[in-house]
Design a protein around this ligand. Structure first.
Ligand code: 5GP
Length: 179
């Protein structure tokens, strides 16, 4: 694998598609064991998690459903700045066992907000499956990530659904920004 250019930035190879698939199979197996009798509803957070969700869901062999939502940013009226709200979730999740499928947990703010809003919508249980986790970037306490495929250091990555300015989502492998 060679370095690539996405817009004005150079990225170098970081995680191969083989390693990604291996890690996904590992967490899918855990989910098949843990959630066998729970009839879970998987919720993929668009856009970044679409590729991960597709590959993960192919490995899930228990009774379950999958659906999709977005986190939509809007300017808060207070000084708290950006607030993100769930948008586009069509299913009633009252009393359901939910598994959120996310591309990456960085500071953790987005995930905390997702869990809070899904609980407000009546979910009985909310579990988290994330492709990537940056433990060093975490800014929140007590965020339990149930299924983490791959832990990475605190650096900007692109590929396999994750973008740089909407570009690079189509890359099969994951690349990290070159210094
Ligand atoms: P958090 O709220 O945990 O800080 O951020 C989560 C969101 O930030 C992710 O869903 C993703 O959209 C974006 N993000 C965080 N780190 C990266 C990264 O290294 N690369 C890309 N492409 N997006 C990232």
């Amino acid at each position: 694998m060679n370095t690539i250019q996405v817009k004005d930035k150079v990225f170098k190879p970081f995680i191969s598609s083989e390693k990604i698939q291996e890690a996904i199979c590992r967490i899918a197996q855990q989910m098949n064991n843990d959630l066998a009798d729970k009839n879970p509803i998987f919720i993929c957070v668009l856009n970044g998690a679409f590729m991960f969700a597709a590959d993960l869901y192919k490995e899930i062999n228990i009774d379950s459903e999958i659906t999709f939502m977005r986190m939509k940013s809007y300017e808060g009226t207070q000084t708290t700045g950006h607030v993100k709200a769930i948008s586009g979730l069509m299913e009633n999740i009252e009393g359901r066992n939910v598994v959120v499928i996310e591309d990456i947990v960085d500071t953790g703010y987005t995930m905390v907000s997702i869990i809070e809003q899904l609980k407000e919508k009546g979910a009985a249980d909310v579990k988290i499956a994330t492709l990537l986790h940056k433990p060093e970037a975490c800014k929140v306490e007590n965020l339990k990530l149930d299924y983490v495929a791959i832990e990475i250091p605190n650096a900007f990555i692109v590929g396999y659904g994750l973008d740089y300015d909407e570009l690079g989502r189509n890359l099969k492998d994951i690349y990290v920004i070159a210094e």
